[in-house]
Design a protein around this ligand. Structure first.
Ligand SMILES: NC(=O)c1ccc[n+]([C@@H]2O[C@H](COP(=O)([O-])OP(=O)(O)OC[C@H]3O[C@@H](n4cnc5c(N)ncnc54)[C@H](OP(=O)(O)O)[C@@H]3O)[C@@H](O)[C@H]2O)c1
Length: 299
């Protein structure tokens, strides 16, 4: 019988509690073994709920596990994940993999050097209905373009995702990774981006895809709840094809991501359609968009 892969969780916040911990505890073939968080009480509480070990020392945490799942802000994730990869641990990363491209490059190089498996949790890419849609639209082909609009409400008071890094980085870095990942997978690799900012964190992108298709994106976290909206579609000779909306039950797709990561870790397969290299490719698009917005601030 194959030994269960021992997973550790980095982070003890809302997303760690409602999604990562339950998925880690309910995925076949893996063991939820350890928790690390900067808040020792929160780590102890979360670990105790699942019979895992709480660690305050990162070196001891890494020594206790085979793989690490992350639920911390991107600029916190990247350096810890780089250290974990260098220690030979497989990685379940959150999007975006980093904010700075220097961090993203260092992480991708550490993964490549250590030859560990990696998966970035672009949620929709692990949803069964979205995978069926992707298979259908890529088989159909001939799409002229796409459009994605995600009016998120995370900046509203009382929203559990109203966290410091989201208030700082906005929709481009929180929702942008999901949307770019899906347009990339459906229309082909993104080769250019033109970005403009609106009020608050409102961000508009025009993406140029390798095959000549173009797509447009609008993302924000500052929409009022009455305007909340999420929509992505492709259009072309075959008509208009809307993607399934993102699930609210992310535990299910996260189990899929964990199972695929564990299977790769066991077989020695390090590449995955949503691996750290793809996470870095998506990050490059966001980083270039951020550069343009910095050069042309909103009026
Ligand atoms: N794939 C998806 O659909 C999806 C959905 C939601 C979130 N996410 C991702 O999940 C990650 C976590 O999101 P979140 O909403 O839980 O909130 P968050 O604010 O991004 O992270 C909360 C956790 O990070 C810890 N933390 C914050 N700053 C830290 C630092 N400097 N050093 C060490 N730990 C630090 C917090 O510790 P304290 O409790 O001590 O503050 C808490 O445990 C993000 O990368 C986000 O993009 C993905």
């Amino acid at each position: 019988m194959t030994r269960s892969l021992r997973f550790g969780l980095v982070g003890t916040g809302h997303w760690a509690r409602i999604t990562h911990a339950p998925a880690l505890a309910s995925t076949d073939g893996i063991e939820f073994a350890a928790v690390w968080g900067r808040n020792a009480d929160a780590a102890a509480d979360l670990a105790a709920s699942y019979g895992a070990t709480a660690h305050h020392d990162l070196t001891a945490f890494l020594a206790d596990v085979d793989a690490v799942a992350f639920a911390v802000p991107p600029d916190v994730q990247a350096p810890i994940a780089t250290r974990a990869a260098s220690a030979g641990k497989h990685l379940l990363l959150e999007k975006p993999i980093a904010i700075s491209m220097a961090h993203a490059d260092a992480l991708a190089s550490a993964v490549e050097q250590a030859q560990v498996a990696s998966v970035v949790f672009f949620t929709a890419r692990f949803q069964a209905d979205t995978r069926a849609w992707l298979a259908e639209v890529t088989a159909t082909g001939g799409w002229a373009g796409g459009s994605a609009v995600w009016l998120g409400t995370a900046w509203q008071a009382g929203n559990p995702f109203n966290t410091p890094w989201r208030r700082d980085k906005g929709g481009l870095w929180d929702l942008g990774p999901h949307v770019v990942s899906l347009l990339w997978a459906s229309l082909g690799p993104v080769r250019s981006v033109t970005a403009r900012a609106g009020r608050a964190d409102i961000t508009h992108l025009i993406l140029g895809h390798e095959n000549g298709a173009t797509s447009t994106v609008t993302v924000t976290l500052s929409a009022p709840e009455s305007a909340e909206f999420d929509d992505l579609y492709l259009w072309g000779q075959a008509g208009r094809s809307p993607a399934p909306v993102e699930t609210e039950q992310a535990v299910v797709p996260l189990r899929t991501a964990l199972s695929e990561l564990a299977a790769n870790a066991r077989s020695g397969q390090v590449s995955h359609p949503c691996d750290v290299q793809f996470g870095r490719d998506v990050g490059r698009v966001l980083s270039e968009a951020q550069r343009q917005i910095g050069a042309h601030p909103s009026p």
